[in-house]
Unconditional design. Structure first.
Lengths: 312, 270, 532
């Protein structure tokens, strides 16, 4: 197991390099002049100021030099300084906790409702719950989430006044409920349906028949065998969704005025503020690789048939 | 097959929107008069008018085309990539799996939405095909990963070994045993993906980086409706309704497909 | 990381003392309402962009800038006039050499006096390219700017030679060319004074500014802060602020401010046209609609042969129904353009715009006689909901009235401007232009002068340039306004741009607040707010 982890960690290095380089290239391929964006599109910039900024941010170095410089800084934990003279690590440090809290809240909501509803529906296919879940999840994926977010804001924030409509001033959980729910509502249908499908598939698998033949109680079979095995693709999906939640956070953070990473990176793209985009991007990649590793480790725990040592 | 009917109807509308748009007598989505801006429904104009004073019914009907086109294109693209790469990775393991998994990690590691914003901004061209291509570019890893996971479980099962045991070729084992037995979860995902991708297109448009006018799509309509939807709810409801009904139809249809293809399901019926 | 309070220079301690004194004084002399501590401070919404760096050289002219700093002159949004603030007099014989006398008794929030040197420091700081400040370009009016900012090579000076401190209250200023409008320019917060400490280490005070405005901050804030408290500066030499405390609520995305206003979390907010209709239909507060000193215009790429003929440009311009766009599309929130800027700006009401009329038949005839139109026409703007909506309507009108196959496309704002600067755009473009200072000259110069900073059409007309220069060198302000207006008409008749409308914004405020006025850029005048 330890060897596997080490090997996976080593394997992450090229992924990390590849991804950060891709982000780096993409950001520098963005049309538009960062210096123009920096000063404001409608400002005239004197050539002297332009020279100063170009030198300050090494903008006339070749791309590869800029990338290597950046990586070198990254290895000693230096995310660099953005085009506004603010340290990127500071931008990240202040936005990070908010986004993590938001994404985790959404993630938990998603897991609880997704797996819960999916399991109920899957264990009793064709039942009332199954029908209701199918109908509800179908309707949910049909509604654009920003409509859900706006409506939630208006109904629960404004009309009923249960939750604050924006910001994080009221702290967790109050301020996070609406944005997290809008974020989670996305993943619930997919997760529920996946859980359901996976359970349905495993219910009729041979080992279940065998367990039934051995005379194990239906409850025991449901929990120990069917659920456990069925969770494999579900866990995989859950792991993957964390990345998606971080991405979805961009929108939700904007609508609910939540000062998180998503908002920071989106603003930075608009301002062609490369250092922030690359910094946050790299961080998200790191987190993602970590989650990935965890997901694969959990594969092994959940499904003894999947042997880690045979792979990668 | 009953669930196929709504999908068939939607496809017909997508292929030939004209007659449907004209049902109420004002079928041209490009005939606009600012005097009618945001006007409520009235005879001949069941959904009222949009911000530009164009007939909303005609626009929503015409919107079916690009929304459905993108949804299907993207899902097909993602599905094909997922089945091929997922199966190959699970079957051959070692460097193939390594390659697939790592590139999957790289793309997945890229925050998708941010990536799409960057790529679409860089391309500059924003039509149904570039938007589809970008959605595929960032959409394939999820399904591929599930396909790989589910194929991995199948390959480990006895009957795949058995098939290999009596001398079936790799191709045959993959195509006849691995794919059919592992495909159910991806097909379920794909059945949902058409709707998700249609929604994703509207999300990109909402951000101002998806389709743009003069393209007629539900995304564009929702985008222009969100500015004043508190006062003029019909602007939002009409495209949202069509969007929801379409997604629902595709999901129900996908569910029917799943029942037919799922081997374990068939076994239980037998 | 910004340093903590403990590591700040000694002046911070001083502020604290001054503030404490001020508080004691006001609780003795203030009204009963003011001094009762259980009154919640009035919450005013602002944006993160306005709160990033308060150094005058980086200022954006937001209402927070005006609350914290007071420049030499001040713009009165209700009359459109510019009045002396810190300045007692601003005088010149030749419009090139100016003597600026400061009023006695102005102090910074830390108690130190506002002197001529405070202004010189601020302008030199902004003009030095090594500081790369946003408002560097505004200092171009002073002689010596070119030595600091050479087109090539190293700077040959460290200070503006045209700014000379005579004594504590007197500045001698030399401009690069005659400019009767100097008092207007100086009303921008970019020209506010700074303390000695700020001049030595501006970064230290970026978010802990020591200004000379009606409000002060007792402690700095960090990037990403959500609330900042402003306290009335009791030693303010101008008109004292109406409220003792203001709480600023910082929004990353201003679009959610209206929702927060509705739910009572914010007392005063600037909302965009989209929310105005909702605000007017809602009774949860009151709305003050403000016409911004800005212009949304359609510009023509004059380098493109298809737009070389003024008749073609005029035909397109007069095929646009501005009234329908404002009344129907914008639901009345805006003003159909009849000139370069709303009438409140000096000289603006004297401008007559020949291409701002709607004459579909005449336009079609004119286009026909100019040789007609071949092929498609792609209009462009940047991603912005209002711009997109308006441009789509213009495209529809051009299709209907001229039979042109007109479509629109959008790009990120930076890209739009970069393309235009590189002459890589090939269609008319819809852009926003805000008046840099409250005079019609500012718009005319920026948009149509050969050297204009926002002249994206690459329009160049010697007759227009000459008329405009004449305005700057006029003998008095009245004449300057008239001449600038005349020049604007010369330019508009050539139709490099055609004005479409003046945008509106709205200030919503909760009941019980009075004297809600707008600053130049539309934000609420924070110091003016009173409890009524």
């Amino acid at each position: 197991m330890l060897g596997y982890i080490v090997r996976r960690l080593l394997a992450s290095v090229p992924v990390l390099l590849g991804t950060t380089f891709l982000i780096f290239v993409a950001v520098y391929a963005l049309p538009g002049d960062p210096i123009t964006a920096l000063a404001g599109e409608d400002q005239t910039i004197s050539p002297a100021v332009r020279r100063e900024l170009t030198e300050r941010y090494g903008l006339d170095d070749p791309l590869l030099v800029q990338y290597v410089n950046y990586l070198t800084g990254l290895f000693v934990g230096d995310f660099g300084v953005d085009f506004r003279g603010v340290e990127v690590s500071y931008v990240i440090a202040r936005a990070w906790p908010t986004t993590v809290l938001l994404a985790l809240t959404a993630w938990v909501l998603m897991a609880v409702f997704g797996i819960g509803l999916g399991a109920i529906a899957g264990l009793r296919p064709g039942g009332v719950v199954d029908g209701a879940v199918l109908a509800a999840t179908t309707v949910l994926i049909g509604i654009p989430f920003f409509v859900v977010a706006y409506v939630g804001q208006i109904v629960f924030g404004l009309e009923f006044g249960w939750f604050p409509t924006s910001g994080t001033r009221d702290g967790w959980p109050l301020s996070y409920v609406l944005p997290a729910a809008s974020l989670a509502i996305f993943g619930v249908p997919e997760l529920a349906r996946l859980t359901r499908a996976s359970i349905l598939e495993n219910r009729y698998a041979d080992y279940v028949h065998a367990a039934v033949a051995k005379g194990l109680s239906p409850m025991r079979i449901a929990v120990r065998h069917v659920l456990r095995t069925s969770l494999i693709p579900v866990v995989s999906m859950l792991g993957l969704s964390l990345g998606g939640l971080l991405g979805g956070a961009v929108l939700v953070e904007g609508i609910f005025n939540v000062p998180g990473l998503g908002y920071a990176i989106f603003t930075a793209i608009g301002q062609q503020n490369g250092p922030v985009v690359v910094g946050i991007g790299s961080l998200v990649v790191l987190v993602f690789l970590g989650v990935n590793l965890l997901v694969d480790l959990m594969y092994g725990v959940l499904d003894p048939r999947v042997s880690l040592d045979r792979r990668g | 097959m009953l669930p196929a009917l709504p999908v068939a109807l939607i496809l017909v509308v997508a292929i030939a929107p004209g007659p449907f748009a004209g049902i109420f007598g004002n079928g041209d989505p490009r005939v606009c008069d600012l005097a009618n801006s945001r006007a409520d429904p009235r005879p001949g104009h069941p959904f009222g008018f949009d911000v530009q004073g164009c007939d909303l019914w005609a626009n929503v009907v015409w919107g079916t085309r690009s929304s459905v086109l993108i949804g299907i294109l993207v899902t097909l693209g993602v599905l094909i990539i997922a089945i091929v790469l997922g199966t190959l990775a699970a079957y051959f393991r070692r460097w193939v799996d390594m390659l697939v998994s790592r590139s999957l990690d790289i793309v997945l590691g890229f925050p998708a939405l941010v990536g799409m914003v960057v790529v679409l901004t860089t391309i500059g061209q924003r039509n149904a095909f570039t938007v589809s291509a970008v959605l595929i570019l960032f959409g394939w890893p999820g399904m591929t990963r599930v396909m790989r996971g589910s194929a991995l479980a199948v390959v480990d099962r006895d009957y795949a070994d058995a098939a290999r045991g009596y001398g079936a070729s790799s191709w045959r084992v993959m195509w006849r045993h691995v794919v059919p037995n592992a495909i159910a979860p991806v097909l379920v995902l794909a059945s949902l993906a058409v709707g998700t991708m249609i929604t994703a297109e509207s999300a990109l448009t909402f951000l101002g980086i998806g389709l743009q006018q003069p393209a007629i799509s539900w995304g564009v309509q929702l985008n222009s409706a969100q500015a004043g939807f508190r006062q003029h709810l019909h602007l939002l409801l009409a495209p949202a309704l069509f969007l929801s009904v379409t997604v629902l139809s595709f999901v129900v249809f996908g569910e029917a497909i799943r029942r037919r293809l799922d081997p374990s399901h068939q076994r239980s019926v037998r | 990381m910004p340093r903590s309070l403990a590591s700040r220079p000694r002046s911070a301690v001083l502020i604290a003392t001054v503030a404490a004194t001020a508080l004691t004084l006001s609780s003795c002399g203030g009204s009963a309402e003011d001094s009762s501590s259980d009154i919640e401070p009035v919450v005013v919404a602002t944006t993160e962009g306005a709160m990033t760096d308060m150094t005058p050289g980086m200022s954006q002219g937001s209402n927070v800038d005006y609350a914290l700093f007071t420049p030499l002159t001040k713009y009165d949004a209700s009359s459109g006039d510019v009045e002396n603030a810190v300045a007692e007099s601003i005088e010149s014989e030749d419009q090139v050499h100016w003597t600026i006398t400061l009023e006695e008794g102005w102090t910074f929030h830390d108690g130190s006096p506002v002197t001529a040197q405070s202004f010189a420091d601020s302008w030199n700081l902004a003009a030095d390219p090594a500081n790369a400040m946003d408002n560097n370009g505004q200092m171009v009016i002073f002689e010596g700017y070119d030595e600091l900012n050479p087109v090539e090579g190293e700077p040959t000076a460290t200070e503006l030679s045209g700014v000379e401190v005579v004594d504590d209250l007197t500045l001698e200023v030399t401009l690069t060319e005659p400019n009767q409008l100097l008092p207007y320019r100086l009303s921008s917060t970019a020209f506010s004074p700074i303390t000695e400490e700020t001049a030595a280490d501006p970064a230290e005070f970026a978010r802990a500014p020591i200004g000379n405005g009606p409000f002060m901050v007792e402690e700095g804030w960090e990037l990403g802060a959500q609330d900042v408290t402003l306290t009335r500066f009791e030693d303010y030499s101008g008109d004292a602020a109406g409220l003792e405390q203001i709480q600023l609520r910082i929004y990353q995305d201003p679009s959610s401010t209206y929702t927060d206003f509705q739910s009572g979390q914010v007392d005063v907010a600037l909302i965009e046209a989209n929310d105005l209709t909702a605000a007017e239909e809602n009774s949860s507060g009151e709305v003050v609609e403000v016409t911004l000193p800005a212009l949304i215009y359609l510009g023509f790429p004059t380098w493109d042969d298809r737009f070389a003929d003024v008749d073609v440009r005029t035909a397109i311009a007069t095929a646009i129904d501005r009234d329908a766009i404002v009344d129907q599309l914008l639901e009345g929130h805006g003003t159909a353009a009849t000139g370069l800027s709303p009438d409140v700006l000096a000289g603006a009401d004297q401008v007559d715009c020949p291409t701002c009329v709607y004459d579909p038949e005449g336009a079609a005839d004119l286009l026909e006689s100019a040789g007609g139109w071949d092929g498609p026409l792609e209009l462009q703007t940047y991603a912005d909901p209002v711009n997109e909506m308006v441009l789509q309507a213009i495209a529809n009108q051009l299709s209907d009235n001229l039979g042109i196959d007109a479509t629109m496309s959008t790009a990120p704002i930076g890209q739009v401007y970069d393309n235009l600067r590189a002459e890589e755009s090939d269609g008319p473009f819809l852009l926003y232009s805000g008046a840099a200072y409250p005079h019609v000259y500012a718009q005319a110069n920026a948009l149509m002068a050969t050297t204009g900073g926002l002249n994206m059409t690459k329009f160049s007309d010697p007759a227009f340039d000459e008329a405009l220069s004449g305005a700057k060198a006029a003998a008095d302000l009245e004449q300057a306004a008239q001449q600038a207006a005349d020049a604007a008409e010369i330019g508009l008749a050539e139709a490099p741009i055609t004005p479409i409308f003046y945008p509106s914004a709205g200030i919503v405020h909760s009941e019980g607040l009075t004297n809600i006025q707008a600053e130049l850029l539309g934000g609420v005048n924070i110091a003016a707010i009173e409890r009524g």
